[in-house]
Design a protein around this ligand. Structure first.
Ligand code: ACO
Length: 431
């Protein structure tokens, strides 16, 4: 059977080549459409648009499958660590022992920010949102490293260093952003600690006393980083790719990703979930009133942590995180009324025809916030944790763009629907 699609338009037939991915995903290649027909495609929100061919992450939203470089998320969550998974995502294979050692050593080598960056932290007002600080400071990092600022792909073999520097320093910046927002003194990273432990140390130690690193807390946060490590062409990753397509440097591209991630419909949803649960709790609602409001389009409400553009089945990350949530809270002997409300909301929504018909299931953010709360991470830091976790995915996508010799600057078209030609009217003649 022919794999060529045909488009019939204004009496002419145009062949459209088709492409099939390694997991059977199908696409029609329309890259010559405008040149051949004068038409463009219109796809509001890009729900039907493949923006690239990628080898990093596979998602089957109907079946609830997520794999990084072919490995199921469930296996990685059980057996791997965030840093090992970061290597897998960026370089395509699981590292050997020596490769992992070298990769980890780079994090230690580059974990300190340039000392002068401290003055920039000082100029943010107390209470500034840490996502704003994170994005600004990631971007500012390249100002403190001339070589990085002027580095271009293929110019020197520095990618490994910059990738590790970004993953390492984003954690230092994130912890500083939190401490600045609370008016607390900055805590330096320690060589002896591994990645996630070091982050917790910089967040919660004091100049007098080191934070007690409970293994279950370190493990839970590492799992959250790992589960967020990549998710193919979502809003923030597409932003990173778009910025990278202009040949902007890695740090500038990642800073743009942080901004895109911040919104409540994306990485800000974990914060919005907790705010929603707190509100339900405060009002003494068992969730029913909120669900009714979420179904009413005029209420401006949505059931936060529910629904996903791609998953039309349970988000596989949400399954893992729900289980981890139960385990962590039990181990830490934390009893959180918000967990009961969340479970009740989930049960009620999964029975409700509104959510069932629209295939709205809990996404990764629905339970991750409850775990982070139990670890003592403040709510405004939730999207920051997401951003730290997503860094390997953004770096891998950046690398993919740079390695593609055919990469063109991303530049969508539009259908103009504004005024047709009209003319300038001098101010005194305007009514
Ligand atoms: N609560 C109530 N109704 C919802 C919800 C929700 N959480 N999500 C979608 N719907 C409804 C919409 O109103 C729409 O109804 P309609 O067909 O009657 O008009 C239908 O379901 C389809 O929704 P869309 O907005 O078209 O779905 P889209 O794919 O554009 O949006 C999104 C996906 C943004 C995730 C959406 O489900 C949402 O806003 N969820 C809440 C925010 C959230 O949890 N975001 C995190 C996403 S995961 C992540 O970024 C890590």
């Amino acid at each position: 059977m022919s794999k060529e699609a045909k488009l019939e338009l204004e009496g002419k037939v145009y062949p459209l080549p088709t492409i099939e991915g390694s997991e059977g995903e199908k696409a029609m290649d329309i890259s010559s459409l405008r040149a051949n027909t004068g038409y463009i495609t219109l796809d509001d929100g890009y729900g039907n648009t493949g923006s690239c061919i990628s080898k990093i992450t596979f998602i089957d939203g109907e079946k609830g499958i997520l794999r990084y470089r072919g490995i199921p998320i469930e296996e990685l969550a059980e057996k791997s660590t965030f840093i090992e998974t970061a290597y897998l995502i960026i370089y395509g294979d699981l590292p050997t022992r020596a490769q992992l050692r070298k990769f980890s050593d780079l994090f230690t080598e580059y974990q300190f920010l340039h000392e002068d960056m401290k003055y920039h932290f000082e100029s943010f007002p107390m209470g500034a949102h840490p996502m704003a600080i994170l994005s600004a400071m990631i971007n500012a990092t390249s100002c403190f490293d001339e070589e990085l600022m002027n580095w271009r792909w293929g110019k020197s073999n520095q990618f490994d260093v910059y990738a590790a520097k970004l993953i390492s320093q984003v954690r230092t910046i994130a912890a500083y952003a939190y401490r600045k927002s609370r008016g607390l003194p900055l805590i330096y990273p320690k060589k002896a600690y591994k990645y996630t432990a070091n982050f917790l140390h910089m967040m919660f130690s004091t100049p007098y006393e080191d934070f007690e690193l409970k293994p279950e807390v370190v493990k839970a946060l590492d799992l959250i980083f790992l589960l967020h490590a990549d998710h193919e062409q979502n809003c923030s990753t597409s932003t990173v790719r778009m910025v990278a397509s202009s040949q902007a440097n890695l740090f500038a591209s990642a800073a743009a990703g942080v901004c895109a991630l911040w919104g409540p419909l994306h990485g800000g949803a974990n914060q919005a979930v907790i705010e929603m649960l707190v509100e339900i709790h405060r009002e003494g609602d068992d969730g029913s009133k909120f669900i009714a409001a979420a179904k009413d389009k005029n209420s401006g409400r949505r059931l936060m942590g529910f629904g996903h553009r791609v998953y039309k089945n349970y988000d596989p990350r949400a399954k893992i995180i729900k289980k981890a949530c139960d385990e962590v809270l039990a181990k830490l002997r934390v009893s959180d009324p918000l967990l009961d409300i969340a479970k009740h909301l989930e049960e009620a929504a999964l029975r409700d025809s509104y959510f069932v018909e629209r295939k709205l299931y809990p996404n990764v953010d629905f339970y991750s916030g409850i775990i982070m709360r139990s670890l003592g991470i403040p709510v405004e830091m939730f999207p920051v944790i997401f951003a730290i976790g997503r860094m390997p995915g953004w770096i891998a996508n950046y690398k993919e763009i740079m390695e593609d010799a055919k990469n063109r600057i991303a530049r969508p078209r539009q259908i103009y629907a504004g005024r047709t030609l009209n003319h300038y009217v001098p101010l005194e003649e305007r009514k």
